[in-house]
Write a protein that binds this ligand. Structure first.
Ligand code: MOS
Length: 746
């Protein structure tokens, strides 16, 4: 049970700089592919060049004959895993391709693997395999296959949720819109591509591989290779980005581990940028139809949100976009429904703000369209539909400072000066200007984690949890929480993380890592202090002698009686008297089921955008993007602001840049590199402003943390799209919004 009287010391709330910053900028931080064990072989796999069909021929002899090539693995070798790759060893796992058969299910699927003494020899060996295919017509667009109803939901893929009477809501509407929005496939494209260095020692496996979920990944690998989970050591101290794609073991990683096992030597595999488009997850395409109605006063009578979402031909993960309409606006009736469509693409997966990013993009635009139809200012329209309790369920929010976010964001942006009519604002040079806004919304989940805190004889401490820092700043924010749990200054606390042999730090995902791992660390500190106090209470020479029943607190390296800072003793003195070199405390954190049941828990925010559109070329620039967010307690304002900015830039990317495009003939993605898969560069990002609104939340978890990793995307897409409409009068309902969409005749 979490401590409900959590105390905070001086570290939390400080804008501490990144602990890993120096190591990263000097190159001292080692990433998975930096490892190079003795005797290591290099693996290169051949990605399928078609999306559907079978591999008819591989020139294995030529590849084997190439100097330096040690081994060629193809489906004909029947490489075998101990566990069934179709199984689900953990809640978050997908069927993986490890050369089980010669069927091609998506472009980029591994169809053969070459091991060689050098990366060059492995690369050339893979090229020499010169695959020939029997190709079938690929299905890569949402209309290329029949939709199916979602009965047996995969994770993140609910079927249908209905509250109230949607038909009555439609009938009661005075103003209504029915609009369809499309979102494209998007790929995570973390800067560090997926990589593994696998080394076997009998039935023990050591992996250097970036992971957002160390213990869960170990369990999955252990299952697949038929060994106990404790035999797998996974080292993942640093990640060059994850965004969801590094939370789940993928085919190429498993294949490289299998190759190491068969070859009896360590193996390294690192994906190329191009290979990132296929086997390691993506955000699946959606088509969303929203039917919204409101009464004469602008009060929503219904939000009816249907999503058609793509999944692979062999696995289930749907971008659960319609869920974004649950829990936010006070509508008379709510309906969220999903259908799936099976395509010849790699299995989609969680990608930063999975579901909500796509769903809120469409919802916030549809809200803007209805506000316009009703003749109401978009912010006023949202305030008229402000939910004081969770729509549908009536549950109270654990906390909700969204009204403050609207106020502060609007004030900072200058929203009150916005003309209602679109296409009316222009710069003196003719540039069209538009203002739009959107509500940001993301759930605040919490997982389970464990941690250990060791007080040392010199009065310093070491805290440990096998968490994951994918760049968000966990090394720093978690150390701050731990320091407060121990009552020590931050620089007296050493923090260790990123190795699976440490206590399970849970999943770095769902924006829940700081709350989860932080909760465990704080609890571990509290446990160590309690033990230390009880030790002192037995020491006749200690000022705490006999104070065992009073309860203890810690501050500045001293334990004192709860509520009496004058009666205390130094950590180091207590340990010295006891002749101990260290004292260990342990802690765990998870959310009580009752809180999950009784409260709606979300982060909220409001985003305001100004765009400028060139009157002749229709080039779109986001000039200003102002976001105000309420996400509970902020542990490190510098890092939280950085996360929120990052999210807002993802939103900008979603609105105007990102899209993976398939060649309809082969099913291959034609822009599978960072030159043509467009993401914003610095010149695209201007005038970004982040405001945070403090919330005291005693329900969400003991620390009051809601999470900031994903919410920044959610309001930003709609705000920018609505601003483009406001600038031009053109409503583009397909993301990303492109120049040609604005150039085309209306
Ligand atoms: Mo995430 S998509 O929870 O890393």
């Amino acid at each position: 049970m979490p401590d409900t009287h959590t105390r905070f010391g001086s570290s939390s709330g400080q804008p501490a700089t990144r602990r890993d910053g120096l190591a990263k900028v000097t190159g001292a931080a080692t990433f998975a592919a930096d490892n190079r064990p003795e005797g290591m072989l290099h693996a290169v796999y051949v990605p399928a060049a078609i999306a559907r069909g079978r591999v008819a021929h591989l020139d294995v002899e030529r590849a084997r004959a190439h100097p330096g090539v040690v081994r060629v693995m193809t489906p004909a070798d029947h490489p075998a895993l101990a566990g069934d790759p179709d199984d689900k060893p953990t809640r978050f796992s997908f069927r993986i391709e490890v050369l089980q058969d010669d069927t091609v299910r998506y472009a980029g699927q591994p169809i053969a693997l070459v091991l060689a003494e050098t990366i060059e020899a492995a690369t050339e060996g893979a090229r020499l395999l010169s695959p020939r295919y029997e190709a079938e017509a690929p299905r890569t667009g949402l209309d290329d296959n029949a939709p199916f109803d979602v009965e047996e939901p995969g994770f993140g893929a609910p079927g249908e949720t209905v509250h109230g009477d949607p038909e009555a809501g439609h009938a009661a509407a005075i103003h209504a819109v029915e609009v369809t929005y499309e979102t494209p496939p998007q790929y995570h494209n973390a800067m560090e591509t997926h990589a593994v260095v696998a080394e076997w020692d009998g039935d023990r496996l050591t992996l250097d591989t970036p992971s957002q979920a160390l213990a869960m990944s170990c369990a999955a690998y252990a299952h697949l290779f038929g060994i106990p989970a404790e035999n797998v050591v996974l080292r993942s101290p640093y990640l060059g980005g994850g965004f969801g794609s590094k939370a789940i073991p993928s085919g190429p990683m498993v294949l490289a581990i299998l190759a190491a096992q068969e070859a009896g030597r360590p193996v390294k595999l690192m994906l190329t940028r191009r290979q990132m488009f296929g086997p390691v997850g993506h955000r699946g395409a959606t088509r969303q139809t929203l039917r919204l109605g409101c009464d004469a006063d602008g009060r929503l009578t219904v939000i009816d949100h249907e999503t058609l979402a793509a999944t692979s031909s062999f696995e289930m993960f749907l971008e659960s976009a319609s869920n974004a309409s649950q829990g936010l606006y006070a509508a008379g009736a709510l309906r969220s429904a999903h259908q799936g469509v099976r395509l010849d693409v790699g299995t989609p997966g969680p990608m930063r703000a999975p579901g909500e990013a796509s769903g809120s993009a469409a919802l916030e635009c549809a809200m803007d369209e209805l506000a316009h139809a009703a003749g109401i200012d978009p912010l006023d329209f949202r305030l008229r539909n402000y939910a004081e309790t969770e729509p549908g369920t009536g549950r109270p929010y654990s906390s909700k400072a969204l009204r403050d976010c609207y106020d502060r964001g609007a004030e900072a942006f200058g929203w009150s000066g916005r003309p209602m009519a679109p296409a009316t604002m222009r710069d003196p040079d003719g540039t069209r200007i538009g203002w739009g806004m959107g509500t940001a919304f993301f759930p605040s989940p919490m997982f389970a984690a464990e941690a250990r805190a060791t007080l040392r004889a010199d009065g310093s401490a070491m805290v440990e949890t096998a968490g994951a820092d994918m760049g968000q700043g966990a090394w720093t924010a978690l150390a701050q929480i731990a320091a407060d749990g121990l009552g020590l200054p931050l620089d007296r606390v050493e923090f260790r993380s990123g190795v699976s042999t440490l206590p399970d730090g849970g999943v770095a995902g769902g924006s829940g890592h700081t709350a989860t791992a932080g909760g465990a660390l704080h609890a571990a500190g509290g446990d160590a202090i309690r033990r230390l106090g009880e030790l002192a209470a037995e020491q006749p020479d200690s000022p705490l002698f006999g104070a065992g029943n009073a309860g203890f607190e810690a501050r500045e390296g001293r334990v004192h009686v709860a509520g009496d800072a004058g009666r205390g003793d130094a950590f180091a003195d207590i340990l010295a008297r006891a002749g101990m070199s260290e004292l260990v405390g342990s802690g765990r954190a998870s959310r009580p089921d009752a809180d999950t049941r009784d409260y709606a828990m979300n982060s909220h925010g409001a985003v305001f955008a100004e765009v400028a559109v060139d009157p002749d070329l229709c080039q779109i620039r986001v000039r200003r993007l102002v976001g105000a967010f309420a996400a509970g307690r902020i542990i490190n304002p510098r890092l939280a602001e950085s996360q929120l900015m990052g999210g807002m830039i993802w939103g900008l990317s979603f609105a105007l840049h990102e899209e993976a495009r398939h060649d309809p003939r082969t099913g291959r993605i034609v822009n599978s590199d960072l030159a043509e898969y467009r993401v914003p560069v610095n010149a695209d990002v201007q005038g970004l402003q982040v405001l945070t609104v403090h919330e005291d939340d005693t329900h969400v978890n003991a620390l009051g943390i809601k999470g900031v990793g994903e919410i920044g995307i959610t309001g930003s897409v709609g705000a920018i799209a609505n601003a483009v409409w406001h600038a031009t009068g053109r409503r583009v309902r397909r993301f990303p919004i492109r120049i040609e969409d604005l150039l085309a005749p209306a």
